[in-house]
Design a protein around this ligand. Structure first.
Ligand SMILES: NC(=O)c1ccc[n+]([C@@H]2O[C@H](COP(=O)([O-])OP(=O)(O)OC[C@H]3O[C@@H](n4cnc5c(N)ncnc54)[C@H](O)[C@@H]3O)[C@@H](O)[C@H]2O)c1
Length: 711
């Protein structure tokens, strides 16, 4: 441990609006076994877990002062160790980013970076052993403050542990790119710093944090703090060994790990996410850099990235999922919502079974499933029960909860069980006639107030409701597969839908934990339409003669995976059905690929086949591909211009048709329903950033400064 401390001038950082300050009260704890006194710093912003601890300028200044006071006491021999822990359920989730949109000069950005560095460096420089007791969620700067300590315990109940900065368009810039590789080696560090964030922002489970060597010990949540203090006492007295694997500092191996991560980043983003590439280079330099050099490089990186449009788009996306998602545009007054005490699910297939499980888990009310015959009903109910068993095996539910959930979900071939239901959702075949028939049968059984919801992915809600006695209770309720994973729920009123039914749909969607967006009753709604246009143009370019690899590079970083990998995941038959539906509704601008038709007819599961766990183009599928007489081979740039161009055109049409209230809703839908990237702000900020919206529509979709650096 070195003995220098730097104290930032709190007034030198920009004042940010309404900072919820994380306080750092200190309490002396007499450690067992004569290990001495530990000064325990508790990070606590005074709110419950719904408002997690973050570090803004005032919080960082307060932390710096606290550490300086603790240091004086350590120097005086009054404390023998320092511990840092969080408030219930939350350790700390990183920098308070709410002020970044107000940062207009690079100097302000680097000040934010260096103030955090100075605070965390003062922890590293404490003259006594330091411990982080990671009791709950830790992200970004929350992980970095833990890395600044000598030792770490983590609770088995910690909900999340991650360095998500590159997901937003930043780098872990308060020491993460230096401290983590020096603790666990570059490969493990880069998994946490770039690969996980670029894989739909994957978080680590506490066991993985231990397995990677980031935490020294994993402790049960029940008595986490007491057990952590006992463990710390053991470490101090030498009765508890701390074992860490040596980091291989060989230059070749270190560089190879960085090169491999760089390759992953380039494959996923084609270099269009500046934060991820910058992070790889910071980790590369961390092998030989001094702490001062490394922290200075992180400051520079944050300065550049905070002033980048990618980060501003990332923050815009963050704001959409955090705030706009909670106040859906166009939702009627909540007070109009009717209670839902029993649910009916028509169909017991792929979607219906997932819906039954979700309703039972989230609403805790009886759910009755029906289908055409006993066998299908038994399969559906059986699937739900086996999923509950799997949750029990993973200890995600208690044995009591598991039997409760199983009792809630029952099935029958008769719809009589719907008589006292107040919410019935259908997920039968995607055919208008079948769905109209189903709703007519349901209407004969239920009360006039019972909401009839449809999981249709493309059909008209108005038409579906048209033959009913009470069409005002029908509403589109479009989930995405897999239901447990995809946050989006498109809610579509038909022409006759009344506010009570619509309010009930929004309230129910919220209780189900979904991001609800109001969508106009138009073919294929938002995500399937935009994704259909995207996949269609991609396929058209390939069918006309551009190699898949070129087309992939053109769109890398737009969707979470290359389009033909996504095709395999969605299922070729569903993708074909979607493109045919869109073609029928909107004409030739939606391409139906002859190659895809052949692939589906041949019963192929996708463009790629798995060989040794890796996807390679299936030679049989390649043999079915279109062979144009006069192939047109586009460059990466030309292909990108074409695909982004048609997306801008579709966005323009959807906005003028009033499919959603605002461009923000399109972005929120693409982020939560199709996994489009934060650092692109979903879609509209990207179209603005690359000048495509001005070229195609003659205007920006969002004003300067909303999802970009103010002009
Ligand atoms: N699969 C997806 O990815 C996905 C995603 C979003 C929405 N959807 C929509 O969900 C709906 C269902 O799709 P799925 O993939 O679950 O299909 P599926 O074929 O797995 O299930 C449909 C089920 O409905 C049953 N059924 C048909 N007619 C019925 C009737 N008259 N009464 C009772 N049950 C009947 C069938 O026996 C079958 O079990 C469709 O409207 C589809 O567009 C599907």
């Amino acid at each position: 441990m070195t003995t220098t401390t730097q104290t930032p001038t709190p007034t030198s950082v920009p004042a940010l609006p309404e900072e919820v300050v994380t306080r750092t009260p200190v309490q002396d704890v007499a450690l067992p076994g004569g290990a001495g006194t530990l000064a325990l710093i508790t990070l606590d912003n005074g709110h419950d877990h719904t408002r997690p601890n973050t570090f803004g300028p005032q919080g960082i200044a307060a932390l710096t002062e606290t550490v300086a006071r603790v240091r004086a006491r350590a120097d005086a021999g009054e404390v023998q160790a320092v511990g840092i822990t969080g408030k219930p359920f939350v350790f700390a989730v990183g920098a308070d980013l709410s002020g970044i949109p107000y940062v207009v000069e690079r100097g302000q950005a680097t000040q934010i970076a260096s103030a955090g560095h100075a605070a965390f460096a003062s922890i590293i420089d404490l003259p006594v052993p330091t411990f982080a007791f990671v009791n709950g969620a830790a992200m970004g700067g929350g992980v970095e403050i833990a890395l600044a300590c000598d030792h770490r315990s983590i609770s088995a109940g910690a909900a999340a542990f991650a360095l998500p900065e590159t997901f937003l368009g930043l780098v872990p810039g308060w020491g993460g790119c230096y401290l983590l590789p020096n603790l666990v080696g570059p490969a493990a560090a880069l998994q946490v710093i770039v690969e996980n964030p670029l894989s739909q922002n994957r978080m680590l489970k506490p066991k993985e944090v231990l397995g990677l060597g980031i935490a020294d010990v994993l402790l049960e949540p029940a008595d986490f703090l007491e057990d952590s203090l006992r463990w710390a006492a053991g470490v101090l007295t030498g009765t508890v060994p701390v074992q860490r694997a040596d980091v291989d500092r060989d230059e070749t191996a270190w560089d190879a790990a960085c090169d491999a991560a760089r390759k992953v980043v380039l494959a996923k983003t084609a270099g269009r996410a500046p934060g991820a590439l910058r992070a790889v280079e910071l980790v590369r330099a961390a092998r030989t850099a001094t702490r001062e050099e490394a922290f200075a490089s992180e400051d520079e990186a944050l300065g550049d990235l905070i002033m980048s449009d990618e980060l501003r788009a990332g923050l815009y996306a963050f704001d959409l999922v955090q705030k706009r998602a909670k106040r859906p545009a166009g939702a009627p007054d909540k007070a109009l919502a009717r209670p839902v005490t029993k649910v009916g699910v028509v169909g017991a297939g792929l979607m219906a079974s997932q819906l039954a499980l979700l309703f039972a888990r989230r609403l805790g009310v009886p759910v009755v499933m029906t289908d055409l015959d006993e066998e299908r009903v038994a399969n559906g109910v059986g699937w739900v029960h086996s999923e509950v068993d799997a949750l029990l095996a993973k200890r995600r539910v208690s044995p009591d909860k598991a039997s409760f959930l199983k009792r809630l979900v029952t099935g029958s071939t008769s719809k009589d069980g719907f008589a006292d239901a107040n919410f019935v959702i259908e997920a039968v075949f995607e055919e208008m006639g079948v769905k109209q028939q189903v709703f007519a049968e349901v209407e004969a059984v239920v009360t006039p107030e019972c909401v009839l919801a449809t999981n249709t992915s493309s059909l008209s809600i108005t038409e579906m409701a048209s033959g009913l006695e009470h069409p005002e209770r029908v509403v589109g309720f479009h989930f995405f597969n897999p239901v447990a994973v995809m946050p989006l729920l498109e809610i579509i009123p038909g022409a006759a839908t009344d506010d009570a039914a619509l309010a009930t749909a929004f309230a129910t969607g919220r209780t189900l934990g979904k991001t609800t967006i109001r969508v106009k009753d138009t073919a294929s709604f938002v995500v399937n339409r935009l994704l259909g246009r995207f996949m269609g143009e991609f396929s058209r370019i390939v069918d006309e003669g551009t190699p898949v690899a070129t087309a992939d590079r053109a769109v890398a970083g737009l969707a979470p995976m290359p389009p033909f990998v996504l095709l395999g995941l969605v299922g070729p038959a569903i993708a074909l059905h979607n493109s045919e539906t869109l073609h029928r509704a909107f004409g030739d601008r939606f391409h139906v690929s002859p190659s895809l038709r052949r692939l589906v007819a041949a019963g192929k599961r996708g463009y790629y086949a798995m060989v040794d766990g890796r996807p390679v183009p299936d030679p049989e599928v390649l043999a079915m591909a279109e062979q144009p007489e006069q192939p047109v081979e586009l460059t990466v740039e030309q292909a990108r211009e074409r695909i982004l161009g048609v997306l801008a055109e579709e966005v323009g049409m959807m906005l003028s048709e009033g499919v959603v209230a605002a461009p923000m809703d399109l972005d929120l839908a693409m982020i939560t329903g199709a996994g489009f990237q934060f650092w692109n702000g979903g879609l509209c900020p990207l179209l603005d950033r690359e000048g495509v919206s001005e070229r195609v529509l003659g205007r920006r979709l969002l004003p300067h400064g909303v999802a970009s650096v103010p002009a």
